[in-house]
Structures are given as C-alpha cells and as structure tokens.
Design a protein around this ligand. Structure first.
Ligand SMILES: Nc1ncnc2c1ncn2[C@@H]1O[C@H](COP(=O)(O)OP(=O)(O)OP(=O)(O)O)[C@@H](O)[C@H]1O
Length: 727
C-alpha cells in the first residue's frame, strides 16, 4: 500500500479511531514517530523496532482518523475527537441523526486511558466535560428528579428492569450520616416541625438545596413542594435513618402507584453507611467548557439518568450498588447482571437490573460518578500502581419527551468505556487471582482486537465479514448497538439508528514496543509494512560483485555510461530485481507470520466459543432441569391440594347426608296397652304358666311315689279350696 491515506469511514465502520500519545518520562529509545505533511493534522505514524531488537526489521506505518501528539490537551481531546457531534446525536436534536454514542479508550496499562476520559485531580477528563456540556446546555429543560411524577414516568418508560432513584436519595443511602451531617452544616436556617397531617422535609446537601418531598396521607399522594412554600410552617432535617424511613415510604408510594421497576426501599438501603463522601468542591473545574454550546431540542423536556457498571472476569457488575452494602445485608458476593432482551425491549439487549440514578444537576452527576469510581475494582500491579483491572462503563441516558405532545420518554445513551490495560501477564508482577484477571482481560481484548481487525479488513474493499462480537461480554456490550436491528418485533418499537462510536487509542512512544505495536496493529484504520533498505547478505555479495565489475570496466577505459557494456546493464537490472524480490519475500514472510498468529488466535477463539457453547448447553440443561423439577413440584402440590380438597368435600358431603338422614328418620314406638287388655294378657300368661306347672307335676309324679302322694295331697287340698272358693 503506497501513499497510504486514512480510509474514509464507511457506513459499516464500527469506530472513528484516534491515537493519543502521552508524554513519557521513560528513558528508553523512542520507537514511534508521527508523520507531518504540510499543515495538515497528522494522521499517520511509523513504528520502527529499537536498535536492540534484532529480530524484527520491518517498519510499520499506521493510519488513524487523527493523531494527537504529546502536547495535546484534555480540551483538544474533547473538542477534536467528535465528542460534540456524539453528544448532539444523544440529545436527539435532529430526529434522523438521533442515536446512541460510545466512547472507548484502548491502550497498554499506564498509557493514559483513564487520564484521557476520567482526568486527574487537577484536570477533568472527557466524561466530566461531556456532563458539563450536557447539563449546561439543557439547564432549565431538565426535569426535576424530586418530582414523583417524573420518577413514575421515567420508571414506566425504562426498558431494562432497573431501579430508578433520584440522586439525593441515592447519595443519602450511600453516605448516610456523613451526608446528613454535611447537610446540617450547610443549612443556614433552623428547621421546624410540620403539622400532623403532612411531613415536609427540607432536603439540602452540601452540593445544593433540594426541593422538598411532601409525604401526605395516604402516602401514595406524594407531592412536590418548593422549599419556599408557605405550607412549610414546621419542618425538620432528617437524619440518615429518617431519610431511609422517608425513602421507604416514598418508594412504597411509587410502588403502590403501579410502577413495576421501583422496588421497596429496603432492597436499596441497608443500615446507614458512613462512607467518606467525595467533595464536589475538591473536584477539578478545568478545562472549562462554558463557551461550548451544542444544539438541543428547544421544545423538549429532558431527564438525565446515570448508571455505572464494570465487566470483570467476563461478568457484569453494578458499580452503583456498593459491594460493602451487599455484604452487610448478608447477600454475600456481588450478583452479576445479565445482558439480555427484556419484555419491553425484545429487539435489543440491555444490562438488566441496574441501579439508575436520576440526576438534576451537574454536581449530582459528578457525585454519582465519583461514587461509582470508588466502587470500581482497582488492584495494584507491577505495571501501574493504580491500574484498572476491569472494563469500566459509565452510561448517561438522555431521556426526552415533548410535554405538549406525549408523556412517554424516548431515550438515547452516551456510554463511556475505560478499558482495562492490556499488558502481558509476564510484564506485570501479578499472581493468583490477579493473574487470572489478566488472562480474562487479555482474552476479552483479543476478541476486541479481532472485531476491530475485521473493521479494517472490511474497509480494504470487497470483503464484508461479519464482526464476531458475540464472543465475550465486552465486545457484545461495545458492538451490539452498532448494527441496525433486523428483528421483526422491532417493527412495533421505535426504529433506532446504529450507534456512533469513537475509539481513542493511547500509546507511550517510549514505552513497551511489543505491547504497543500489537495494539496499534489491530486498532489502526490502515497499515503498511516496509522493510528498511538494509542490504541483505545476498544483495551485499551481489552488489560487491557489481562494484568489482564496475571497477573492472572503468579500469578497462570505458568511462561513458553510453559506452557501458549491455551485459553489465542487464546484470545490474537482474541484481536490482533480486534485491526487490528479496525485500518482497521478507515482507511476505512477515505477513505470513502474522497470518499464522491470527490463525492461531482464531482457532483459540473457536475453541473458546465451543467451550462456551458446551458451558451454555450445560447451563441451559441445568436450568431446564430445575425448571422442570419446580414445575413437577408445583404440580404435585397442586394435585395434593386438589386431592385433599376433594376428600374434604366428600367428607362434608357425607356429613351433610347423614344429618339429613337423622333429621328424617323417626323411631316408631307402639301405643301403650289398655288396663283390660293388660289383664287379659296377664290371665293368658297365667293360664300358660299353670298348664306348664301341671305338666311338670305330672312328670314328677311319674318319677317318685312319695312325691306323688305329696303332690296328690296338695292337689286334693287345691281342689277342696277351689270347691270352697267356687260360688
Ligand atoms: N497525556 C498525559 N499527560 C500527562 N500525564 C499523563 C498523560 N497520560 C497519562 N498520564 C499519567 O500517567 C499515569 C497513568 O495513566 P492512566 O492511569 O491514565 O493509565 P491507564 O492507561 O488508564 O492505565 P490502566 O489501564 O492500568 O488503568 C497517570 O499518572 C496519568 O496522570
């Protein structure tokens, strides 16, 4: 590739790629040079191996959208990388150009990524400047987060199953008493109690005075009252516990009003924590962006919602849910979040379940940013004392609605990504868990490299390869919004333009040659390899022969070139051709080595993808099994319950039948006999008995004569009595 131009950005390109060189205090040999062509802004650099590197002799030339040299300021980086048009796209001034924006920084550990986007103690980074421009330009068009109506409607419009919180409540939950104390100190007036019917809270902090939330009875009728409202005859400043209580009622009221996303306060706030609160006044104020204006939609009302998360070991963690709080609440380890399609966002993946903070002022946004940065995992390694060990994501969602036309919010996001440093593990004095971290970081950056390489390959011309962005969380998060959604369901949803993205590659021109050149190779928009004209052994020998030949020819008296021997010319040509072919061969050899490396990397990623597939399959199987078990359990319970119900019903039915039966059955008793009948009965009975007696006497007589006589005597006596008795 000769006369290498920075290629025009095709529509399919993922990024505009800028290179920023950092001033370095290292005393190594410089290996990177910027090419200056007239007064044009530089777009090309060359890297040449240092003198002590004898293995590589190729000089590589790289093209970027623009190269920023060591003297570039933070403000230059903000103004000249296209951040303003990115912000305008997010603010959605022009509907056609309205889109999400992404800014990412890439580079070796310590090359200045965090410096560029997050700044230092004395200088702001692109993130703070972007927030300043957004809040300054929107100023009074920003909806107050203390309005419950705003919180309701924003929660209802959120598609990512998030927990939305106004910033002052969130900050109180994090900084607890220290925040309350600082509020106390900052308040001029002594607050007074409100009457029984309504509790009005003056909510002020060291970073400004907030409007009050009035909680009247019932709690769902929460309303906003200005702090200067005459209703506040009595008021008080809440303590941290008080705030938690108020918030509990506040969120309950929101939950009651039907928002599915706002959860119970207890899920947000554990016991009040006394973290050291960052002081907004101590944050840097330069460079100033007061004079920068961007176009906004003058008819719209805006809301700014901030969330922060990190990708650590290929898992997504919320940075605004402090791990200390989770541990205190007994939840244990931080719970990774899913990047998935939700019910309200079937055609797009979102990080689901994040805590999102509605910020009304720049100060609130900066406090939230500081809080998330404190949470971000940092571990000192040999390469950089405060190295970022995770990929940090800072997301500013700009929600917009036209109050006269619609009550629903549309949303575009500006995501700023501080990628973890890519250093080879052996360079860093890492061990154990940190070594595993380095492995994951390098793996995800390798996938990122493949995606970016694909971008520059696609720019080469005819090839339009698919960007393999689904290989890891990092590339999924970075690229899945870069392509227009093809989903059928998206017809029912708002059509979204693909995101616009900027990549800033940071490099130290005196730093680690190998690590830096590796990053430049896959991030550059174009690349050219040349081999320096250092004569190879063959050409040296051959040129030596030529020189001798020339000497010989000159000594033979032929002085004019016109008189030169045509055989010699042919010989010279042949030697030149051999030299050229040698160079070409060396370049091809280098290319071949690189292709071989890429093939190995592709094979590794293929294997990783296969392993991942197996893992996912196992996971899905386990999930299906659990789900099935749960379903069977539920069915069993349902059947048991139905069976018991049926048995109870049968018992009840039987009882009912029995009671009916006992009610209708009467015991029949015969009527009592009259006296005459009774006498007759007794006489009959008497007769029967008498006959029996007679029979018995007769039997007796037949058995014993003495007895017989006695019986006869008795008989005679009875007959005599009966004769006497008879009338
Ligand atoms: N352009 C610059 N001007 C002045 N100082 C710089 C510049 N770039 C980086 N530095 C300084 O170099 C040090 C390391 O930079 P920084 O922390 O931004 O590196 P990093 O690439 O984010 O590293 P890591 O990947 O480990 O997080 C910091 O002290 C930073 O202030």
């Amino acid at each position: 590739m000769s006369n290498m131009e920075p290629p025009p950005r095709p529509a399919s390109a993922l990024f505009d790629v800028f290179l920023r060189l950092r001033p370095s205090s290292a005393s190594n040999e410089r290996f990177l040079d910027v090419e200056h062509i007239g007064d044009n802004v530089p777009t090309h650099i060359t890297i040449r191996p240092t003198a002590n590197d004898h293995r590589k002799r190729a000089i590589e030339k790289f093209a970027f959208t623009r190269v920023f040299e060591e003297n570039a300021s933070q403000l230059d980086m903000f103004k000249d990388t296209g951040m303003l048009s990115l912000i305008e796209g997010v603010l959605g001034t022009d509907k056609r150009a309205s889109r999400d924006g992404l800014l990412a920084t890439l580079g070796v550990t310590g090359s200045g990524k965090s410096h560029t986007i997050l700044g230092t103690k004395s200088q702001r980074g692109i993130t703070q400047m972007s927030l300043d421009v957004i809040f300054r330009n929107l100023s009074d068009r920003i909806a107050l987060p203390s309005s419950t109506q705003t919180v309701f409607s924003l929660s209802a419009a959120d598609v990512s199953e998030s927990q939305l919180l106004p910033a002052y409540i969130y900050l109180d939950s994090i900084y607890g008493e220290s925040h309350a104390e600082s509020r106390m100190a900052s308040r001029a007036q002594t607050p007074m109690m409100v009457g029984e019917e309504s509790h009005t809270l003056l909510h002020s902090t060291s970073i400004g005075l907030y409007p009050a939330i009035q909680l009247s009875k019932p709690p769902c009728q929460t309303s906003l009252v200005s702090s200067s409202s005459p209703i506040m005859s009595k008021s008080y400043i809440p303590t941290a516990n008080g705030v938690a209580n108020i918030f509990h009622r506040f969120t309950r009221s929101i939950a009651k009003s039907g928002s599915s996303h706002v959860k119970d306060a207890s899920s947000f706030i554990g016991p009040p924590r006394s973290r050291h609160m960052p002081q907004v006044t101590a944050l840097p104020r330069t460079p100033s962006v007061d004079d920068i204006s961007v176009r906004i939609d003058e008819n719209a009302e805006y809301a700014i919602v901030i969330s922060m998360y990190e990708v650590y070991n290929d898992r997504i963690y919320d940075l605004l849910t402090p791990s200390a709080a989770t541990a205190k609440a007994g939840v244990g380890k931080r719970r990774p979040l899913l990047y998935k399609s939700t019910e309200l966002s079937p055609d797009r993946k979102v990080v689901a379940g994040l805590r999102k903070i509605i910020c009304g002022t720049l100060e609130e946004a900066l406090m939230v940013l500081e809080t998330g940065l404190i949470e971000r995992r940092v571990a000192g390694t040999g390469s950089n004392a405060v190295s970022s060990r995770s990929h940090g994501f800072f997301s500013v969602e700009v929600k917009k609605r036209i109050p006269t036309k619609s009550t629903t919010w549309t949303s575009n996001g500006l995501t700023i990504v501080d990628l973890a440093g890519s250093e080879r593990a052996r360079n860093a004095k890492t061990a154990g868990a940190t070594l595993a971290e380095a492995g994951k970081i390098n793996e995800s950056l390798m996938y990122l490299g493949q995606c970016m390489q694909m971008q520059s390959d696609n720019q080469d011309g005819n090839r339009q390869n698919l960007v393999p962005f689904r290989q890891c969380k990092l590339t999924e998060l970075l690229f899945s919004n870069s392509f227009p959604s093809l989903s059928v369901q998206s017809q029912h949803h708002q059509h979204r333009n693909p995101q616009k993205a900027i990549m800033i590659v940071n490099a130290d021109p005196i730093g680690d040659f190998n690590a830096t050149s590796q990053i430049l190779r896959y991030s550059a928009l174009a690349r050219e390899v040349t081999v320096p004209r250092i004569p190879s052994i063959t050409s040296t020998i051959l040129s030596g022969t030529t020189a001798t030949a020339r000497q010989m020819s000159s000594s033979s008296g032929r002085t004019s070139p016109a008189e030169s021997d045509p055989d010699d010319d042919e010989h010279d040509h042949a030697l030149q051709e051999i030299g050229r072919l040698n160079e070409e061969m060396e370049i091809l050899e280098l290319r071949f080595q690189e292709e071989a490396k890429r093939r190995l990397a592709a094979e590794a990623s293929w294997r990783a993808a296969e392993e991942r597939m197996v893992e996912v399959e196992q996971q899905v199987r386990a999930e299906c099994y659990d789900e099935m078990e749960a379903k069977i359990d539920e069915e069993r319970r349902r059947w048991k319950w139905a069976w018991e119900e049926e048995a109870d019903r049968n018992d009840a039915h039987l009882d009912q039948k029995l009671s009916l039966l006992t009610q209708n059955v009467k015991i029949h008793e015969d009527a009592a006999p009259s006296v005459d009948e009774r006498v007759r009965e007794l006489e009959n009975e008497n007769d029967v008995l008498r006959r029996k007696l007679e029979n018995l006497e007769r039997e007796m007589q037949q058995r014993s004569p003495t007895k017989k006589q006695r019986v006869l005597k008795a008989k005679k006596f009875e007959v005599g009595v009966s004769i006497l008795d008879s009338p």
